[in-house]
Design a protein around this ligand. Structure first.
Ligand code: GTP
Ligand code: MG
Length: 196
């Protein structure tokens, strides 16, 4: 398993258009602008594998990246973007919860949050859905470089304290796409999910 081997496979407009439910998938989810696509690029050592943007809502399709014949990384569109019409938001939430429940090849869910705004309502809901589907969750507090070390540690501790409330297999790391802190921790968890 080598994350550098990641290559783009396809963009799907919705979950029903994903390829056959075979092999293993790990999905990256989180609010718009949380840093999902940036984290995928750091993980795969490819500058522009996943498209990143200063404009929230950049990733509107489900992007699929293959690591090998069996393993895939999934970049999901962000949620919670204010400018998206309510009807579209509800539709996406519905699709996301269905995906978490139905997708048998899903090995784990990475939930990314800007460390300055952790555990918003939709983040918590997503973690609850994943736990209800027996999926392990890795909470990634992104943009850790934006905070001084003291505040960063305090935020990590606060989030860690909230984790037992979800039940299930949920762990937390801090991460920065700028200085790559937390990358080894992320790889460690994904290795476990993909090897199991
Ligand atoms: P959507 O596709 O819209 O849901 O966004 P996304 O979650 O994929 O976020 P993306 O990776 O496109 O990053 C959003 C913005 O945050 C970009 O301007 C990135 O450069 C910036 N960003 C992402 N990660 C980090 C980080 O670790 N540190 C800093 N300082 N900025 C980051
Ligand atoms: Mg994106």
């Amino acid at each position: 398993l080598n994350f550098q081997n990641a290559r783009f496979v396809t963009s799907a407009p919705d979950i029903r258009h994903l390829s056959a439910d075979e092999g293993m998938e790990v999905a990256f989810a989180g609010r718009s602008n949380a840093g999902k696509s940036s984290a995928l690029n750091v993980l795969t050592r490819q500058k522009s594998l996943a498209r990143t943007s200063k404009t929230p809502g950049r990733t509107q399709q489900i992007n699929v990246f293959a690591l090998d014949e069996k393993r895939r990384l999934i970049d999901l569109p962000g949620y919670g973007f204010a400018k998206v019409p309510l009807e579209m938001k509800l539709k996406w939430q519905q699709a996301l919860s269905e995906y978490l429940q139905a997708r048998k090849c899903l090995r784990g869910l990475v939930v990314l949050m800007d460390i300055r705004h952790p555990l918003k309502d939709l983040d918590q809901e997503l973690i609850h859905w994943a736990v209800a589907s027996d999926l392990p969750v890795l909470v990634v507090l992104t943009k850790a470089d934006k905070l001084k070390s003291g505040v960063r540690k305090a935020t990590l501790m606060k989030v860690q304290e909230a984790i037992p409330g979800f039940g299930g297999d949920v762990s937390v790391i801090t991460f920065s796409s700028l200085n790559k802190s937390g990358l080894a921790d992320m790889e460690h968890v994904l290795f476990q999910w993909f090897e199991a």
